[in-house]
Design a protein around this ligand. Structure first.
Ligand SMILES: Cc1cc2nc3c(=O)[nH]c(=O)nc-3n(C[C@H](O)[C@H](O)[C@H](O)COP(=O)(O)OP(=O)(O)OC[C@H]3O[C@@H](n4cnc5c(N)ncnc54)[C@H](O)[C@@H]3O)c2cc1C
Length: 402
């Protein structure tokens, strides 16, 4: 006789991620048409790369293109220029059952004033999250609160000079303020992962924060990039450390955003690439990580940060198999604003926890982020086809049912 009842069919039935009616329920016909043209235009590789460079030059020259960018690509991929402006997007996502993760997306500034300002901005996003039920997480990029050369030097175990040592103390202080504020507000904080040459320093900071603030549940989440061939082993070690240390491991599982840069840097330095040789190996590790986590939820919390439908459905299935309720706060699915709405809205409609990264910041400062999104969506990559396919299907469905 089995000791436990088999899962009910409703517990194991997986959501249909291709239901475009649900996926685009928040879009008016006009909004859908705008998204269609946006993906058509940024799908042209030459236009994307020329457009990105031209925009940078035009903004630097104070040419009046900010309004155009703000009304088009910025409007699709960003919440607004400020937290207050982004609340319209948060409300809209909330109406569709999705959470918002405010992501201050200013990059590449290294002076102390900017790093302090970014810290204040992250603290403000935590305060906003504490005040609203539709903002379940906060997030930050470590390079937003630390000079990148310092993250690299600490990662390499270099001896720091007096100035750098002082600066590193400031960085640790910023990290502590953010995590302590997150813990006090009860708002989990995601630490984004960056290039491999900076990651050991970030892992060290995040682990120390987890040891302190994750005693009862996961408040601090570190990010694991599975395009790196050494990270499945890292995940397992991190879990063992959490078990030994008596704290909860918070992890955001991603594939990784810097593949070309990583490979080029490794080649330039004449060392082996830290990236898997092919996509199949990345997918295998990612899905193995999901299996590893699903079996260990007693001491873990997981954010499944992906636009990959197979991985999303695999985690949904694993949750059913391991008796993890769909709305269990220890498992969240997350996508970027403006991308993979078919996953986000269909998963939310099926009762899973879903949130969108909502980047915000001044248009000029967010431009590098937008250029990356455009590059990711050129026809040379897979994502553009995926986005357009669903938008076209929904436009056709609406035309048929009119
Ligand atoms: C909510 C959220 C948070 C994120 N946070 C981070 C973060 O903190 N740090 C970060 O680096 N990224 C982050 N990302 C981006 C993420 O790492 C991926 O770049 C992006 O999501 C695409 O991967 P995928 O799993 O969605 O989809 P897929 O389309 O299945 O995978 C594409 C990814 O596979 C890998 N890949 C593709 N081709 C190859 C190949 N030939 N060889 C080896 N690998 C290959 C690359 O990582 C590529 O990005 C985040 C994404 C989301 C949705």
């Amino acid at each position: 006789m089995p000791t436990t009842a088999p899962p009910s069919p409703s517990a194991t039935q997986l959501p249909d991620l291709s239901d475009t009616r649900i996926a685009f329920s928040q879009y008016t016909d006009r909004g859908l048409l705008r998204a269609y043209w946006l993906f058509r235009v940024i799908g042209m590789p030459w236009l994307s790369s020329v457009g990105g460079s031209l925009s940078k030059v035009a903004l630097a020259l104070h040419l009046p293109i900010k309004g155009f960018i703000k009304a088009t690509i910025f409007k699709h991929f960003c919440g607004g220029e400020t937290i207050a402006e982004s609340m319209v997007t948060a409300q809209k996502l909330g109406d569709g059952g999705l959470g918002t993760i405010l992501d201050y997306s200013v990059e590449g500034q290294e002076d102390d004033d900017t790093l302090d300002h970014t810290t204040e901005e992250i603290l403000a996003s935590i305060a906003m999250a504490a005040a609203r039920t539709d903002i379940p997480f906060s997030v930050f990029k470590p390079s937003g609160i630390s000079p990148t050369h310092l993250l690299t030097a600490v990662s390499q175990g270099s001896t720091l000079g007096a100035d750098d040592a002082r600066e590193w103390t400031l960085v640790q202080g910023r990290m502590e303020r953010i995590c302590a504020a997150a813990a006090a507000a009860g708002v989990p904080v995601l630490v984004d992962a960056e290039e491999s040459w900076m990651q050991p320093a970030i892992d060290g900071l995040a682990t120390r924060m987890m040891e302190r603030f994750n005693r009862e549940r996961a408040i601090v989440y570190n990010t694991v990039q599975h395009y790196r061939h050494d990270r499945l082993a890292y995940l397992k070690q991190a879990f063992a450390a959490a078990e030994n240390g008596g704290y909860h491991l918070g992890v955001k599982l991603v594939r990784g955003a810097y593949m070309e840069k990583e490979r080029a840097q490794a080649q330039q330095e004449g060392r082996p690439s830290p990236i898997h040789a092919d996509k199949a190996a990345v997918d295998r590790d990612y899905d193995e990580a999901l299996r590893f986590c699903a079996q260990r939820m007693h001491r873990m919390a997981v954010m499944v940060g992906t636009h990959n439908e197979q991985s999303t459905l695999l985690m949904a299935r694993l949750m059913g198999e391991h008796g993890v309720p769909r709305n269990d706060k220890r498992v969240y699915f997350a996508q970027l604003l403006g991308m993979s709405d078919n996953i986000s809205y269909n998963m939310a409609a099926a009762g899973y926890n879903v949130a969108k990264y909502v980047p915000y910041g001044p248009v000029r400062e967010v431009l590098p982020y937008l250029i990356r999104r455009a590059a990711e969506n050129t026809s040379a990559r897979g994502q553009m086809g995926r986005e357009l396919k669903f938008i076209v299907a929904e436009r056709e469905r609406r035309a048929r049912t009119r």
